[in-house]
Design a protein around this ligand. Sequence first.
Ligand code: ZN
Length: 317
Amino acid sequence: MVSNILLKYVNKFRNLRVDRAHGAAPNKPILLLALIELIEQGQILENKILPSPNLFEIFMKYWSILTDRRPNLALPFFHLKSEGFWHHHSNAGYETALRVTTQIKTVSRLREIVAYASFDDELFLLLTNTHDREVIRQTLIDTYFIDFKADIESLIAEEQQIDEYRQTLLQQVKQTFSSLQPLALTETDNPIRTAGFRQAIMRIYDYTCAVCQSYVLTLDGESVAEAAHIIPFNISGNNDVRNGISLCQFHHWGFDRGLISFTNTYKIIVSDLMVEKGPSEWKFRTLKDKKILVPENKEHYPAQAALAWHRENRFRE
Ligand SMILES: [Zn+2]
């Protein structure tokens, strides 16, 4: 049974004003597919949508299979408002700026002016319902991406597997941490698990390096921060989020080589066994005794056993 409200939005979604001038680059339907996916994953729980790195990443996954044009999340996030069901809410002091702005081309300008966006309340309610959400998703696929139906469906299936694994990892923190969890060899290089671990860590640390607090995200959705294992995966087989930490590429390199490690109070210790030159802000030594960025939720903190393993087995002293 399809409700009138659902029918109303199905019609609106079939008739989005998409830019076809330069060949099909329907970035509004791609944004909507990405939003549907985040709602499905429970990453968007209220009708308050931020141009977040999560959204960026999923938007990019769809973008890369659907078009080879240059991606820009700011465009659909802004222009979707012309459809009438998507509303912008300005940051304090930017009310007038938002009212008179007719175009936003960069994510940084978008973040400056727009605090968040929201759907019509009745539409958001539909999107939180499994059946209605699927009807809307199929409408988008059938209307705009019929030639890519199989690709999109396999992307959705893969994302669901990654998300299930990520949820399993988050559940695991309810149990006592165990350092070594050897997996069957066939499982050691499983891309779904690798991606699930990465997503869990990136979301826990908000794509920020725990050591230097760098946060850099390219327009292609790539992050300078990486999900690092504290006890290396080839030794521990352990994707527990408490065996993980978000580090930028530079600090990941130094951590894996034992040039830095962390105390049981989450302070940085630095090896004396190296020579380093260059500007002081880039030196490992200037990090000594600084506190690392820890997760909001204490259950996600790096495990003491993992940190101790790293100090004993990797740190050079
Ligand atoms: Zn860093």
